[in-house]
Design a protein around this ligand. Structure first.
Ligand code: KG4
Ligand code: ZN
Length: 345
């Protein structure tokens, strides 16, 4: 698909514990650079993200991460046409770091700036692959804070929210259960790795919201079931027991995500499904989505793992789309810590 030529975008992502900068070329598709600085080491000992520590580290590293991205792309601040920055949702202090920094650049260089919705950016990640998904499609957006099913008619929105979690997000369930298991933070990747060695049938978990013929999710019950089961097993697992527990837990989440996603495709009369967000990096989810897609004649699009978890390439693409739609923001651009991506339908 050839799109019109737009601006070369320099984008910033700082909504949580990753600081990322990317350069997207004027074709809206070719990446000049995508640099991600992760803070895992800083937060690991606390078992989760400490907002104040996260924002302080962003401030410290912004110059360096920007320099690395510019160097990798062979560009300078003068050869960039527009700035994009994550405006929300996210941790307010973290968002402010990126926002205020970009405002300084925009004023100093006299270039336009566009604010980007973090979840819109996750959706845009699929466009960075060689073949972009055709429209319309159903998107399963699964991150640390959100579990959404979205009908996407148009890149950049507006969208229709057709399903959402009623309590915890899938990523949250992974992270909290990983913490209980002593796997540290971030937990999703650790469970993914251990589950690959485990027998998913050994510790079965109750299916979330059984008998509910809807497109919503609920993962808090599963988290409690894991807690109870772990206590009954003596409180600490290791070796094969730990791997089997992780496999059973992950299997239950993936079963549920796939069941609702394919149901959404049928209900919407669509045969394209796009996965997005950090949990879309999960090995079992990726493999089984492709497999089921082949069986049910649904084309499944998976952004590469590095574009599923937080990064600025996706922010650049979402910013490019907004810019092409005529959006220009001003220095009044404010952080939006909570910000729905779409109206519930
Ligand atoms: O999109 P993301 O990087 O940040 C948010 O916007 O929240 O998603 C982070 C979430 C975390 O809950 C993390 O544990 C989960 O994505 N995650 C995974 C995997 N990689 C990241 N969950 C399961 N399997 C993975 N391989
Ligand atoms: Zn994210």
């Amino acid at each position: 698909m050839v799109e019109p030529v737009g601006p070369r975008v320099l984008a910033f992502e700082s909504s949580c514990d990753e600081l990322a900068v990317a350069v997207l070329e004027p074709d809206g598709h070719t990446l000049g650079a995508s640099v991600v600085h992760s803070q895992i080491d800083l937060h690991a000992r606390y078992g989760g993200v400490v907002p104040e520590i996260a924002s302080r580290d962003h401030v410290r590293r912004l110059d360096d991460v920007l320099d690395t991205a510019l160097e990798q792309s062979g560009q300078t601040l003068e050869t960039v046409d527009a700035f994009a920055v994550t405006q929300g949702p996210g941790l307010v202090g973290c968002l402010l770091c990126g926002l205020e920094y970009v405002k300084g650049l925009a004023v100093g260089l006299g270039r336009p700036l566009v604010g980007v919705h973090h979840l819109e950016a996750h959706l845009a990640a699929a466009d960075l692959e060689e073949v972009m998904p055709e429209l319309p499609y159903v998107a399963l957006l699964v991150s640390g804070g959100h579990t959404h099913l979205i009908r996407v008619e148009q890149r950049g929105g507006p969208h229709a929210l057709i399903g959402a979690t009623r309590d915890d997000a899938a990523g949250e369930a992974f992270d909290k259960t990983a913490k209980l298991l002593g796997l540290g933070y971030p937990g999703g990747v650790a469970i993914d790795r251990l589950a690959a060695e485990g027998d998913a049938g050994r510790f079965p978990f109750p299916a979330p919201m059984p008998g509910k013929d809807n497109l919503d999710f609920s993962f808090s019950g599963l988290k409690t079931a894991a807690q109870r089961q772990l206590r009954d097993l003596g409180g600490a697992l290791e070796g094969q027991d730990l791997a089997d527990f992780c496999a059973g837990f992950q299997r239950t989440i993936v079963d549920n995500l796939l069941k609702k996603s394919f149901r959404a495709c049928r209900r919407e009369g669509l045969s394209r499904l796009v996965l997005a967000g950090g949990v879309a990096a999960n090995s079992e989810l990726r493999e089984r989505a492709l497999e089921r897609g082949r069986r049910e004649q649904v084309e499944v699009f998976l952004p590469s793992r590095k574009f599923c978890t937080d990064n600025a390439a996706m922010v650049a693409r979402a910013g490019w789309l907004r810019w092409m739609a005529g959006a220009r923001d001003t220095l009044d651009l404010a952080a939006r810590p909570s910000w729905p991506i779409a109206e519930r339908r």
